[in-house]
Design a binder for this molecule. Sequence first.
Ligand code: SAM
Length: 212
Amino acid sequence: MRQRNKPWAKDKLNEYPQYVIASPQEHKGKWDTVFDQKQPLHIEIGTGKGRFITGMAKANPHINYIGIELAESVIVTALDRIIEEEIPNVKLMNVNANDLEEFFAKGDVDRVYLNFSDPWPKSRHAKRRLTYKSFLQIYENILVDQGEIHFKTDNQGLFEYSLTSFSEYGMLLTYVSLDLHKSDYEGNIMTEYEEKFSNKGSRIYRCEVRYQ
Ligand code: SAM
């Protein structure tokens, strides 16, 4: 995602502790207390400008959501959406996915979403892909037993790599679409990247996988 320099972004994130979780390590093992309602928790990693996570939160008020994003200059746009729409069941975390085990205990999270993750096409950068085996281990360590990852991308190479990575890790593939927008899948909420790439004619790949 293109990042413009926004020197004010960090201050703005700090101004809204009701939406941006300032010290996530303090909530490890007790995320229920952070939200108004005690209900399942789904997280999106690499949430970008927040179109997906806010759309999901509005469509599914019986689920709590956290959008996780490394770049403060990007996540600040997601914050604007939440402020404007006063969505109670979504919060944000400006952290790196590498550190998720510091913030979530085993079983804290019910589902992980990965949407249009950076493809890192060079094989020497494979370890940076959010579907690399070390990330799958991190997600397993914070998810409920038999927790799920839902993944979509326009990048065929990343999709094929990820299917192999999930399979080699021993995960079960429960849904796959090689052309989401032409499939019968209902209730798709588009991300910013999804809209951009599908408008250019790109095909969108989507899968759901489960730990066993
Ligand atoms: N999901 C959004 C969408 O579909 O519009 C954004 C996609 S963008 C290509 C990938 C995003 O993932 C970027 O905003 C990037 O900063 C974020 N990201 C990449 N690696 C990350 C990590 N290790 N932890 C948290 N966010 C990460």
